[in-house]
Design a binder for this molecule. Structure first.
Ligand code: ASP
Ligand code: MG
Length: 411
């Protein structure tokens, strides 16, 4: 017998038929003898509509009332799911954030969960009842409903699993797992059986759409195993777990990418103390995040070239700021380029294996792909390349790191 939190996302509970289908997935686990708690999202699209309504009615934005409105989608679905379960003969009732309570801080619209009282839920689960908990919402210190940020019901589910000391948190969604890379670009992409929390966090382009980032951080901190699986297909999904649970560790687990990149180069900036601070200070003050940075060695000791990347949406603002500060920077020329993408190979196995960068650079060189900027972390090597080469780069790297799906046997 295991204790499992089953979380259903918006597309899995988008209408009455789907709620009934999801309820069958719950019943199956109950019948197998497991103790189950369910967390639901709002029906797909409903939260967007609520957000839209609040902005139509009032420009005097009161985040407490925003929360009162946008939390309603989950409230409705918690009741509907409990009804669907009762209909299948499963004992069940709905729980809103304030009823448990799920306590949060007072940052309405993006509150953080601080604690969940689980004694009553635990007692009822042991007696065979299935609590259906409204995701995304909690109770603030001002005794009002809070919401915890868009996509937050993943985080609700992981937090609940942690508080209940559950064996696992199953996230039911419309994809069947996490892939080695984007299968729409690389047809040979494979579904991963397992991935570590850290890799999942680094594989933002592949994982972020599936799991809210904060839920992965929380799962890592609470050591809650998470399974990403499909509501509509029966196969096991991908387990997101701690490193010591991984049986056969690949050096590289996956290849992610980001199109949301732009490059700025400052040519012949003065090579003296304080120049980098003069460049990055104003950007930081304007809340512009800088990601990759390279500075070359200046030959004459007088001037240096400096290249860095920002999110595409920040490019114009960054260029305006730097143009304005050009005199302080004493640089000759500023070049902006938005036609770049970042491609990253990710794997915790890199910590103990040399040669990942070499394999990566060789594979790209063989395809004639020029690397513009490189950055590394303990478990990731990223390169910036022209956006024209995104597909080619992903495919070449996928093959070079042995990730290609082997062709299915003809039968
Ligand atoms: N319904 C909320 C949203 O759309 C929370 C969630 O679905 O995770 O953001
Ligand atoms: Mg979601």
């Amino acid at each position: 017998m295991a204790r499992i939190v089953q979380k259903f996302g918006g597309t899995s509970v988008a209408d009455v038929e789907r709620i009934k289908h999801a309820a069958l997935r719950v019943k199956r686990e109950v019948d197998a003898g497991h103790e189950i708690a369910v967390v639901v999202s709002a029906m797909a699209g409903v939260t967007n509509r609520m957000v839209e309504l609040t902005s139509q009615i009032s420009s005097m934005f009161d985040a407490r009332e925003y929360d009162a409105v946008v939390a309603t989608g989950e409230q409705a679905n918690a009741g509907l799911m409990a009804l669907a379960l009762q209909d299948l003969g499963v004992q069940s009732r709905s729980w809103l954030g304030w009823q448990i309570p799920i306590r949060t801080d007072g940052a309405h619209g993006k509150a953080r969960i601080q604690g969940i009282e689980t004694d009553e839920l635990s007692r009822r689960m042991a007696a065979g009842e299935v609590p259906v908990v409204a995701g995304f919402q909690g109770l603030g210190p001002d005794n009002r409903i809070t919401t915890i940020g868009r996509g937050g019901s993943d985080t609700s589910a992981v937090a609940l699993a942690g508080a209940l000391k559950a064996d696992r948190c199953d996230i039911y969604t419309d994809v069947d797992g996490i892939y080695t890379t984007d299968p729409r670009i690389v047809p040979k992409a494979r579904k991963l059986e397992q991935i570590t929390y850290e890799e999942m966090l680094e594989m933002a382009s592949l994982g972020a759409k599936v799991l809210q980032t904060r839920s992965v951080e929380l799962a890592m901190n609470l050591r809650v195993p998470v399974q990403v699986r499909s509501t509509f297909v029966d196969d096991p999904g991908t387990f997101v777990v701690s490193e010591d649970k991984i049986v056969e560790q690949q050096v590289v687990s996956g290849i992610s990418y980001s199109r949301d990149e732009a490059k700025i180069t400052l040519l012949r900036a003065a090579d003296q103390p304080g120049v980098a601070a003069n460049i990055f200070g104003p950007l930081a003050d304007a809340n512009i995040n800088v990601d990759m940075i390279v500075q070359n060695v200046s030959e004459d000791g007088k001037a240096t070239d400096l290249t860095f990347t920002v999110a595409s949406g920040d490019l114009d603002a960054a260029v305006r700021l730097l143009e304005g500060a050009k005199n302080d920077l004493q640089c000759e020329k500023l070049i902006a380029d938005s036609g770049v993408v970042k491609v990253s190979v990710v794997g915790v196995g890199m910590r103990s294996h040399a040669g990942v960068a070499k394999t990566m650079f060789t594979a790209l060189a063989e395809k004639g792909i020029n690397i513009q900027v490189i950055s590394t972390s303990e478990i990731k090597v990223s390169v910036l390349v022209s956006e024209d080469y995104l597909e080619l780069a992903l495919r070449a790297l996928h093959t070079a790191f042995g990730l290609d799906d082997s062709p299915k046997e003809e039968s």
